[in-house]
Design a binder for this molecule. Sequence first.
Ligand SMILES: *[C@@H]1O[C@H](CO)[C@@H](O)[C@H](O)[C@H]1NC(C)=O
Ligand SMILES: *[C@@H]1O[C@H](CO)[C@@H](O)[C@H](O)[C@H]1NC(C)=O
Ligand SMILES: *[C@@H]1O[C@H](CO)[C@@H](O)[C@H](O)[C@H]1NC(C)=O
Ligand SMILES: *[C@@H]1O[C@H](CO)[C@@H](O)[C@H](O)[C@H]1NC(C)=O
Ligand SMILES: *[C@@H]1O[C@H](CO)[C@@H](O)[C@H](O)[C@H]1NC(C)=O
Ligand SMILES: *[C@@H]1O[C@H](CO)[C@@H](O)[C@H](O)[C@H]1NC(C)=O
Ligand SMILES: *[C@@H]1O[C@H](CO)[C@@H](O)[C@H](O)[C@H]1NC(C)=O
Ligand SMILES: *[C@@H]1O[C@H](CO)[C@@H](O)[C@H](O)[C@H]1NC(C)=O
Ligand SMILES: *[C@@H]1O[C@H](CO)[C@@H](O)[C@H](O)[C@H]1NC(C)=O
Ligand SMILES: *[C@@H]1O[C@H](CO)[C@@H](O)[C@H](O)[C@H]1NC(C)=O
Length: 815
Amino acid sequence: MIFLPLFLALCCFLGSPLAQATDTLSANQTLQDGQTLVSSGQVYEFGFFSPNNSGAKYLGIWYNNKQPLRVTWVANRNSPITNLSAELALSSQGSVSLQNGSTKYWSVTPVGAVNEPFLRLLDSGNLVLSDASASDGSGDYLWQSFDNITDTLLPEMKLGWNLRTGLKRNMTSWASDVDPSSGQYTFSLEPPDAPQLILWKGSQKHYRWGPWNGERFSGSNELRANAVFDPMFISSPEEVSYTYKMVDNSTLSRFLVTPDGAIQYLAWANNQWTNLVTLQRDYCDTYGTCGPYGTCYDSSDTNCRCLKGFRKNDSSPLDWAGGCSRIWGLSCGNGDGFVKYTGLKLPDNSRLAGNKSSSLEECETQCLKNCSCMAFTRVDVHGNGGDCLLWSGDLVDMKNYPSGGDVLYIRMARAEIDAIARAKRRRRIITAVSISVSTVCGMLILALIGRYAHRRRKERQRAEYLVPRDSGDGGPEEDLELPLLDIVAVADATNNFSFQNKVGRGGFGEVYKGVLPTGQDIAVKRLSLTSGQGLKEFKNEVILIAKLQHRNLVKLLGCCIHGDERMLIYEYLPNKSLDHHLFDPSRRKLLTWKTRFSIIMGIARGLLYLHEDSRLRIIHRDLKPSNILLDSEMNPKISDFGIAKTFTVENAGEMTNRIVGTYGYMSPEYAMKGHFSVKSDVFSFGVLLLEIVSGHKNWGFYHPDHDLNLIGHAWKLWTEKNALGLIDVLIGEEFPLKEVMRCIQVGLLCVQQRPEDRPTMSSVALMLGSETSDVPQPKEPGFSAESFAVSTDSSSSVKILNFSNDITITAPASR
Ligand SMILES: *[C@@H]1O[C@H](CO)[C@@H](O)[C@H](O)[C@H]1NC(C)=O
Ligand SMILES: *[C@@H]1O[C@H](CO)[C@@H](O)[C@H](O)[C@H]1NC(C)=O
Ligand SMILES: *[C@@H]1O[C@H](CO)[C@@H](O)[C@H](O)[C@H]1NC(C)=O
Ligand SMILES: *[C@@H]1O[C@H](CO)[C@@H](O)[C@H](O)[C@H]1NC(C)=O
Ligand SMILES: *[C@@H]1O[C@H](CO)[C@@H](O)[C@H](O)[C@H]1NC(C)=O
Ligand SMILES: *[C@@H]1O[C@H](CO)[C@@H](O)[C@H](O)[C@H]1NC(C)=O
Ligand SMILES: *[C@@H]1O[C@H](CO)[C@@H](O)[C@H](O)[C@H]1NC(C)=O
Ligand SMILES: *[C@@H]1O[C@H](CO)[C@@H](O)[C@H](O)[C@H]1NC(C)=O
Ligand SMILES: *[C@@H]1O[C@H](CO)[C@@H](O)[C@H](O)[C@H]1NC(C)=O
Ligand SMILES: *[C@@H]1O[C@H](CO)[C@@H](O)[C@H](O)[C@H]1NC(C)=O
């Protein structure tokens, strides 16, 4: 325990006479060291505390009867009371002061005449100064602690601007866990016209999210409504602020800047604080990581790239401080135009164009006529239909954000715009030729480039005629740079596909480890000529994986075509696949619960991304341990998208298709009828989860007492209230019982018979990730006995269902 609340020890535990706690301090009363106010619902307590029993005393608010003490507000954070004791007094004129004799630590003096002042601690955690004689009583407070945030934002507390009074509220971290004085991190919402959330470290911007685009702060997926809390952005003539409320307002929660600068949402559940969300996700979130005109990619290592039309400034590959500079210099007034970029976290330093609610054309005109304007976009900042944001100077702090990124129009030289058009014409010819040459991968790439160039041509027209039609012509596309590797290079890298380099068999082929001349380790998947993976699957996999960016998905580095042979080149993951660890007793022993849980969470996140966050929306269809690869830190990465299917939102329901997948992981509706949906992936995930917990395979599970498979066994134990019997005996160390039980319960929910009963991956992730969420009782699972194996024959009859019915992303190639 870090804090020793002086008063708690006296009052609440020893039952001193002060037990008849009050929530109000009236005029001429004082609050002394040892006395407290307790809010009427016993939620918060206000009084003196001494962090870590240090001797320095502070006046503050904390959660009543919750250990350890968590302070939500401090009055005198930068003026500790030392060597003396002080008292808080409320004068009959309504001024509040914390002092001893002439030494004043803190005070509030209301403006204007006050008749019957009182200070009250509310159940929201707000300490308010009011005038009982004022007509409505509850209306305007003379002062409230909610206007003076320290490091914690409670529900209903507002970060940002009261435009009427000019008050600006921001959060400043404690100096350390035991020192409430102002630390080096401040979290603020600014400026009011194009609001962004900024975490300052001293006077430096450290992290930034925004501007607000009508739905979210650009580049932050975390601050969206979810099952636990509901974040809100308020924009009105009176105020511009960020606040949140709890979905269930009986849940205690706090939003906090920690002394080391993490921004976190915490909730109180099961007698402890659980971290629900940390805003900073990765390296890319650090402010300006990639320099001007650089964009950061949320993937493992090489994170920075230049925007198309720019090249890297510094010669050292690791140094991105100089960012990127234009290939073609601008010449304002001589045909400069704009090129559309999509899937971005918008850069810093935007400003709102004078006219509220302007069209994209008006916005473009405004930007074009000012030579210092480098970019524009139109987003709905203030909820009035659409605002024009303009940028001048270098564009910094962008991030590639394929899921939910924004559109930005950047000023480019005429030469660049013309070059895009020329390249487009050239590529169109090459594309035609290359189809006959049958270099599949090359064709794909060219087709994609062609599509890209086609879009660019549209943009060129836009730039020429200055008549953009609308802000969202079709889905976002990005610059797909998938290198086509030469067979000689790949053969060299893998020692001529030597036996020693073979590291396993993935779906449809053998996998070799290799080293590129650059020293980078790669995994080469050599698709066997006889494999079931046809051209379509190959195309699918190449395009899909190349477009997906998530730390729990394996990264595709390139591909290679040689005659009939096709190869995919991936990042190499040293720890092989999950089955390699899970189904080998000696290695399984090394999988601690912590590792297993983090693998489960990683898979859940990766799958959630595929289902809901990636802009393609993908059903994996063959989720199993051998398709989960592990990096050097045992982080899981989902691989093998050969049979994945994209689905659009309209088609998000069930689809029927030929059955590909692996028995034991297939949902009943898929294995029997070929119906697949995201819920069939959820089923596979459930099986995987139960396998990870138990260390046993579902398919081929053997138990001396019954003929059930692992799912059936788990369900039997669950109904017998003996679910713990499922846990792998080889998990030697101690493990958190609740977490394990929650996992099993979620696993059983995922394998329920009816797809509509199964949770979505977002609720799975939420149930696994937070102890606060309710986990429903599972119903009987599907496929709890192996007897269905008889029906597997049916798969052969549906195998040749027409692929052209698919909603796949082969579409771009044919456009
Ligand atoms: C507070 O004290 C002042 C001066 O002693 C007195 O005039 C006033 O009536 C008192 N107010 C209350 C509410 O007791
Ligand atoms: C808090 O106090 C304990 C014991 O008094 C001490 O060991 C610990 O180092 C202190 N923590 C800090 C951060 O000062
Ligand atoms: C508090 O007392 C200690 C020793 O009694 C002394 O060293 C210190 O300077 C005093 N601090 C203040 C702020 O008076
Ligand atoms: C001021 O501090 C001294 C020393 O701790 C204490 O005896 C006295 O009661 C304090 N006075 C007030 C008004 O708190
Ligand atoms: C508000 O907070 C600031 C620092 O966070 C502090 O300096 C100031 O005194 C506070 N004002 C009031 C009235 O509490
Ligand atoms: C935070 O708010 C305080 C008080 O309004 C202000 O003095 C300070 O400049 C603000 N800090 C930042 C980084 O906005
Ligand atoms: C929850 O919100 C409702 C509606 O605002 C309110 O009536 C109720 O008192 C709140 N409950 C708690 C525990 O704050
Ligand atoms: C990029 O390089 C050019 C030329 O070397 C230089 O003028 C420019 O300032 C550099 N830009 C940045 C942001 O460092
Ligand atoms: C603002 O909009 C009005 C009407 O749409 C237009 O007449 C005016 O020129 C615009 N002002 C600017 C600065 O674009
Ligand atoms: C052009 O943009 C700059 C930078 O924002 C601004 O200071 C300037 O006033 C603008 N000029 C005109 C004519 O709008």
